[in-house]
Design a protein around this ligand. Structure first.
Ligand SMILES: [Zn+2]
Length: 426
């Protein structure tokens, strides 16, 4: 059963995009001088430009010579409710200020070329509803809402003295998914499904930024992950994804039934083989791993520890790629600035993908992971007209797509939501 497609308003009538080099997201060779036709927001033709055909078909015609046309990108790991600002200052804001700041982040992410995003902790279904209704511009949203960990684990914001940090007290934030017993897991998964979760996120290891645990700590057990899998299967199925920083945490998640692993920076060859066997997807969030610390303001031993973790993480992901573990693009945006999601593409090339494979990981690969590949992820007949136009050749200069200004036009269900060169009205 395919997952529910998050709705966005669609363009009614016909749209034809002519003359671009088409990179359809499937990994197929580019098609020069292409034609893509949309009808009521859905692709009805994609291929070489048809000579003389449909010249009087009506609707909007957009000429794109010298441009590259790709599917809208899918970022499978974001935190769009994390808005920039000092935590103490942001806590003093009105709830409306926070909501409108998040609306800005949604728009920024869409205009960077991300037409679908999976928020893995922080956004409620209200944002998804607002986008569906057309009150706010943003990516189609798949939501985990909150993540699951034991008391004191990665999902638990409470400090040792029982207080909450400022970031954990924002209005409208979902309740943390703290679970210790089977009953806790059953109740929390059912609450998340009731709240509209499209995916369940579990933390099978500790985290870097959590108040009281450590990346090497054990998180949710394999049997609790398996219990989550059982519970979602009762309700039509949802993909389970696991925040997992250690090899043991990845094994628990994979054996428990997770469809994907977030981070995975310490994989053994045995675990990699297990992932290949099960088809487990790795979302390496290299944009987060490879963040650099300012040596002027950070103690030398902290910088050294970060560099060591980066080297280990890169080695782990490179071995996974070489062994054939499928990758999907995810950034953990929110942990670092929003709107540079496509910087991850060049990072994926650094760990061994070709540019064409990186583009596929950022489009169809993500759609497969979200179980939405019958609707989005490639430019094929029957799919939504979620499209991105750039003048950068992504197969030669993929790193340039990190700059959102290189994304000249964005369409979502055929509706033009960004048009820097005014091509849609020409
Ligand atoms: Zn994250």
């Amino acid at each position: 059963m395919a997952a529910r497609l998050p709705h966005t308003p669609s363009e009614q009538g016909g749209v034809r995009l002519l003359g671009a080099t088409l990179i359809d997201g499937t990994g197929a060779a580019p098609v020069a001088n292409s034609e893509v036709e949309l009808r009521d927001g859905v692709i009805v033709y994609a291929g070489p430009r048809r000579v003389g055909a449909n010249s009087d078909a009506g609707g909007r015609v957009i000429h794109l010579p010298g441009s590259f046309l790709m599917p809208g990108f899918i970022d499978a790991h974001v935190h769009l409710s994390m808005v920039p600002g000092d935590p103490e200052e942001t806590r003093a804001r009105f709830p409306e200020e926070h909501v409108l700041a998040v609306a800005g982040v949604l728009r920024t992410t869409l205009l960077a070329g991300v037409t679908t995003a999976r928020d893995l902790d922080g956004l409620t279904a209200g944002y998804r509803n607002a986008i569906a209704r057309g009150s706010s511009l943003g990516p189609r949203l798949h939501l985990a809402i909150a993540m699951l960990s034991p008391t004191g684990g990665h999902a638990d914001p409470v400090r040792s003295n029982g207080s909450l940090p400022a970031w954990a007290t924002r209005p409208g934030m979902p309740e943390p998914g703290v679970v210790d017993t089977d009953d806790d897991v059953i109740r929390m998964v059912r609450i998340l499904l009731r709240a509209g979760a499209d995916a369940i996120k579990v933390s099978t290891s500790g985290g870097v930024g959590s108040p009281t645990d450590d990346p090497n700590d054990v998180g949710l057990s394999q049997s609790h992950v398996a219990l989550v899998a059982h519970l979602v299967a009762e309700r039509g199925g949802r993909p389970i994804t696991a925040h997992a920083l250690t090899d043991a945490a990845v094994r628990s998640a994979v054996l428990g039934g997770a469809a994907s692993i977030e981070h995975g920076y310490d994989l053994s060859d045995e675990t990699i083989a297990l992932m290949v066997e099960r088809g487990t997807v790795l979302v390496p969030t290299l944009s987060t791993l490879l963040r650099t610390l300012d040596p002027a303001t950070t103690p030398a031993d902290v910088v050294r520890a970060r560099v060591l973790r980066q080297e280990r993480g890169l080695d782990s992901v490179r071995r996974a790629v070489a062994a054939g573990v499928p990758l999907a693009l995810g950034t953990d945006a929110g942990v670092h600035p929003h709107g540079r999601n496509l910087a991850e593409l060049a990072r994926l090339v650094e760990v061994g993908l070709t540019p064409a494979e990186a583009l596929r990981a950022g489009t169809l690969g993500g759609a497969e992971l979200l179980d939405l590949d019958t609707h989005i992820g490639s430019i094929e007949v029957g799919k939504q007209g979620d499209l991105v136009v750039t003048t950068v050749d992504p197969l030669r200069a993929i790193g340039e797509l990190a700059d959102a200004d290189t994304i000249r036009m964005v369409l979502q269900a055929g509706r033009v939501v960004k048009d820097l060169d005014g091509l849609a009205s020409a």
